[in-house]
Ligand binder design. Structure first.
Ligand code: NDP
Length: 519
């Protein structure tokens, strides 16, 4: 219980909510012009635009700010402003509607270029637009390119930026940065090819490869839990940890993204990026500082300690699944092969589970189990650290199971940390039962963390790369999963569909681990 007398006092002597102690308003970003390639698309309207508006409402955007939309759909500046207003209305949370003077002044910073990514002249027009923005809005020559487009056009856009002299070397006035949406490549070869193009135009310190998972508050808190406390680190190793499970499960299917998903699958879509990034945060050594590269160096070392599996071992360390028809929240839903734009005999996995080992001093012999899938029993992302069993039984009736201690880091939908431990059931007998100490961010701080894109956009505008993935880690993550991709692509799974929508996933996952935590 927090002692109210410890609550910080405001200037006029009034006490603030003690739960909110320590929560500060965010630092203002650098002045800049940000261009969204793909501004007529889904990601822009649902996530990016509401995030920018929220940054404006929270006073994090500076007065020197301008946003340029860049896509093929035809809009005049005014039509684009109207479009943005409608989308914010539809997708921003209640209480942040675009209205009044604040909206009117914000709308003046929005402009649009009807453009094709293949036309050099449109990028030359963009250059002029930046120069005008610098004069009109005081954006200081700082330019942020956001690639919210299909990945197939990333290389073409970057090449056009170079040809239009929009690269950092040709900007003497301010900084030039690029945010690249996921996926960064569709396999090791395409990721390397993309990187080759990126590095011809941008230095690594100009590149912000986004994995919006890393912007979620509970993900960031993994490091705080480990390195701002003393009680976890001494037992965070092979001597005390039995296994680690990382789950990212969804109850939704592929919605209208069939043609994308057919070429992706769960391994590419979730494991290569989100789930491996979570593993790195759990397994890394303490960084020497909280500096972006100090942290990213440690994440890189974790991936370096994971040997890609041999092809002949894939069957025993990986399990795949594809959902069939089933029931989600009381409603019948079709199987994957019945979804739009999916082949009737598709071999694409909608579920992937892997057992990985990290061959270093801290983790040798500790299995890390990763799983991700669609149309599972419920949406949940969490990390479960299971500790070793007690060495000698003293308490409990003979029928009582004495469960190992377990630390659960909850990422979605709940955000928090729970510790499972054994306790004596009150009464004359010495029954033992598991209980939880449960911390939730919402109730603990009286504050709901802002959506990940808000944090990440603001970080990119401030030049903080901590939560963005560095190329060396992206490359190693692809190397780690490539043998699994190879084997799965070259062998058809005749058991597909092998799990019902709304279930716990395929039985094949139980061959890796019998005690997956129930979804
Ligand atoms: P959409 O297909 O909805 O949007 C694509 C955008 O790119 C449109 O604005 C389109 O313009 C524009 N575009 C495509 N080709 C050209 C071209 N040759 N010239 C000019 N404009 C072009 O994609 P999403 O918004 O769904 O996804 C964008 C990126 O974000 C992808 O990399 C995706 O993987 C990633 N992402 C998306 C998520 C989501 O929830 N949507 C979640 C996480 C990542 P127009 O339509 O006007 O032609």
């Amino acid at each position: 219980m927090l002692d109210a007398s410890l609550a910080p006092a405001t200037g006029d002597g009034e006490r603030v909510n003690p739960l909110r102690a320590g929560i500060e308003s965010d630092r203002i970003t650098d002045p800049c012009s940000i261009v969204f390639f793909g501004a007529s698309g889904d990601l822009f309207k649902r996530m990016l635009l509401p995030a920018i508006w929220a940054l404006r409402l929270r006073g994090i955007l500076p007065s020197g700010f301008a946003l340029i939309g860049f896509a093929r759909t035809k809009y005049s500046d005014q039509e684009f402003r109207d479009y943005c207003r409608q989308q914010i209305d539809a997708f921003a949370p209640d209480g942040s509607k675009p209205q009044g003077e604040l909206w009117e002044s914000f709308a003046q910073c929005l402009s649009y270029i009807t453009a094709d990514f293949k036309q050099l002249t449109h990028f030359q027009e963009l250059r002029k637009h930046f120069e005008e923005n610098d004069k009109r809005f005081g954006t200081g020559g700082n330019r942020l390119f956001y690639l919210a487009t299909p990945p197939s056009v990333f290389p073409g856009i970057i090449e056009m930026l170079r040809r239009a002299n929009l690269d950092p070397r040709n900007n003497e006035q301010g900084w030039t940065r690029v945010v690249i949406e996921k996926p960064f490549g569709t396999d090791l070869a395409s990721a390397r090819a993309l990187q080759k193009i990126v590095q011809r135009v941008f230095g690594e310190h100009d590149v912000y490869r986004i994995d919006h998972y890393l912007g979620k508050e509970p993900v960031q808190d993994i490091m705080a839990l480990r390195f701002a406390n003393t009680i976890f680190e001494p037992i965070w190793n092979r001597n005390y940890v039995q296994s680690v499970q990382i789950t990212s499960a969804e109850s939704i299917g592929i919605e209208d993204r069939g043609s994308y998903y057919e070429n992706a699958g769960a391994l590419r879509d979730m494991i290569q990026n989100h789930v491996l990034n979570l593993l790195a945060l759990v397994a890394m050594e303490p960084p020497v500082s909280s500096d972006a590269d100090a942290i990213r160096n440690e994440k890189f070392k974790v991936f370096s300690a994971i040997a890609p599996p041999r092809h002949e071992d894939v069957m025993s360390m990986a399990a795949r699944g594809q959902y069939g028809p089933g029931i989600i929240e009381g409603a019948k839903v079709p199987g994957y092969r019945g979804e739009p734009d999916v082949a009737p005999q598709s071999n694409t996995e909608t579920f992937a589970a892997l057992r990985m080992s990290i061959d270093n001093w801290r983790w040798a012999g500790v299995p890390f189990y990763l799983r991700s899938g669609k149309r599972l029993a419920r949406k949940i992302s969490e990390i479960v650290v299971t500790f070793k069993p007690i060495p000698h039984r003293l308490y409990g009736e003979s029928t009582d199971a004495i469960e190992p201690n377990m630390l659960v880091i909850k990422i979605e939908p709940d955000e928090g940390v729970a510790l499972r431990f054994e306790a004596k059931v009150p009464g004359p007998k010495s029954h033992i039962r598991s209980v939880f100490m449960d911390f939730n961010y919402g109730t603990g701080f009286g504050f709901h963390s802002p959506p990940a894109y808000e944090r990440l956009l603001a970080d990119a505008m401030r030049g903080d790369q901590t939560l963005f993935t560095r190329w060396d880690a992206v490359e190693l993550a692809w190397e780690i999963i490539t043998p699994v991709l190879d084997v799965w692509e070259n062998t058809k799974d005749f058991t597909f569909p092998n799990y019902a929508a709304g279930s716990q996933g395929p039985d094949t996952a139980l061959q890796l681990l019998a005690e997956w935590r129930r979804l």
